[in-house]
Write a protein that binds this ligand. Structure first.
Ligand SMILES: *Cc1c(COP(=O)(O)O)cnc(C)c1O
Length: 392
């Protein structure tokens, strides 16, 4: 298989690491980025080759020329699909990219699929992950399919469906009295003794490469005219950083010539470290105390890629906005009972954020805008129903 990777690079210091070796963070504990020989790729293949040459592979796997795999047999096929852009109103400008259609019902499938496939190439036998739910399920499914053992650590108040779906798909699943960063600390403490590879968000280089395929899909679906604005519910930020990486790769390849989108990071006002750092003009975020939100996927009080999220928002002329949990539920219910679209709370948060951005004049209703629904709404609690029909 053609692989255009040259090396891994520290996202802060810029020093280089060997792609052929197992890597987690850089020497200064920052995320590593996969670098490609874009000049060589541009001289070897066209944009049409990029979307056609591997079109027989399912979903995001087809973007092989900008993915880090060494052989085609590393692809783990669980029936990935190109996720649809759903138009929820008569508006021609507002779309929801519905990631709930992916295997395991969330976009965590993208990152973990690539992370596990690459781990397999590197001969890794055991993988551990801290998770608020969806990442654990995705790791479980892809690791099992690849013949790798997996270990999932989640906060004890993680939605029980997430705990059960991870366990039933083959992960040894543990609940912890603490938050996702506490789960991460437990893995860090025990990984050496247990022989686990730590596949935490941005603590290895390949989940980001999986998540960046959202950017390629958007470009292809919109005929290489990217939207003006993207609203992304931000926890660890992999998707936001990943899409920005994808857009910049496409730009350097001259495969797009439009402006790049403004990237909007949406958080819950009860866990908004990135929003606070953005507003204060800081390059790094402070840990968020007592994080709690029903949008569990974005309950991330500390993100190792905080500076990359903030850099992406600023470089793109975007913004970071916080929305309240009650606004999230209102929009979730609105989407369901007015448009027939069942979003996850994190997806609904992007609609609440979009409305806020409209009010603040940060976006215009005429601009093409994409919101992200990151998981199927079916995984989350819904209001009880107690209607009794009296058949008299
Ligand atoms: C993980 C997750 C997020 C946050 O994604 P990041 O790329 O880590 O910021 C948002 N929504 C859902 C449903 C998730 O599972």
């Amino acid at each position: 298989m053609n692989n255009f990777v040259t090396h891994l690079e520290c996202s802060e210091a810029g020093d280089h690491y060997n792609f052929a070796e197992i890597n987690n963070l850089s020497k200064i504990n920052k995320p590593l980025l996969v670098k490609y020989d874009l000049e060589k790729l541009k001289n070897s293949f066209s944009k049409e080759d990029f979307i056609n040459d591997f079109a027989s592979l399912p979903g995001f796997w087809k973007y092989q020329y900008l993915l880090p795999l060494s052989k085609k047999s590393s692809v783990i096929d669980l029936g990935e699909v190109i996720t649809p852009l759903v138009r929820i109103s008569k508006s021609n400008n507002l779309f929801i990219k519905d990631e709930g259609r992916l295997p395991t019902g969330s976009f965590k499938a993208r990152g973990l699929a690539l992370g596990v496939a690459r781990a397999k190439e590197l001969g890794i036998k055991k993988i551990a992950i801290p998770t608020n739910g969806n990442a654990g399920a995705a790791l479980a499914a892809y690791a099992t399919a690849a013949g790798i053992e997996s270990f999932v650590f989640c906060p004890e108040d993680t939605p029980s469906i997430n705990i059960r779906e991870a366990e039933i798909q083959g992960a040894k699943t543990f609940t912890i009295d603490g938050l996702i960063n506490d789960c991460g600390s437990i893995i860090a403490k025990h990984k050496e003794k247990e022989g686990w590879f730590d596949i935490s968000t941005l603590k290895e280089p390949y989940r980001l490469e999986g998540k960046k395929t959202m950017g390629f899909e958007l470009a292809e679906q919109l005929n290489w005219e990217l939207p003006k604005n993207i609203f992304y519910p931000t926890g660890g930020g992999t998707g936001l950083i990943g899409m920005w990486k994808a857009f910049n790769e496409l730009k350097k390849l001259n495969w797009i010539d439009c402006d790049l989108p403004k990237m909007f990071a949406i958080q819950s006002s009860s866990c908004a470290p990135i929003v606070t750092a953005f507003e204060k003009g800081k390059d790094y975020a402070d840990p968020w105390p007592n994080a709690h939100t029903l949008a569990s996927g974005i309950r991330v009080p500390v993100a190792v890629g905080d500076f990359l999220i903030l850099r992406t928002i600023r470089e793109s002329n975007g913004h970071a906005l916080a929305v309240d949990d009650h606004e999230i539920i209102t929009e979730r219910d609105n989407l369901a009972n007015r448009y027939g679209f069942l979003a996850c709370p994190e997806g609904a948060a992007t609609l609440a954020g979009y409305k806020k951005a409209l009010q603040l004049g940060l976006v215009d209703a005429n601009e093409k805008t994409v919101l992200f629904n990151c998981a199927t709404g079916l995984k989350y609690p819904m209001p009880e129903v107690n209607n009794k029909f009296h058949d008299k």
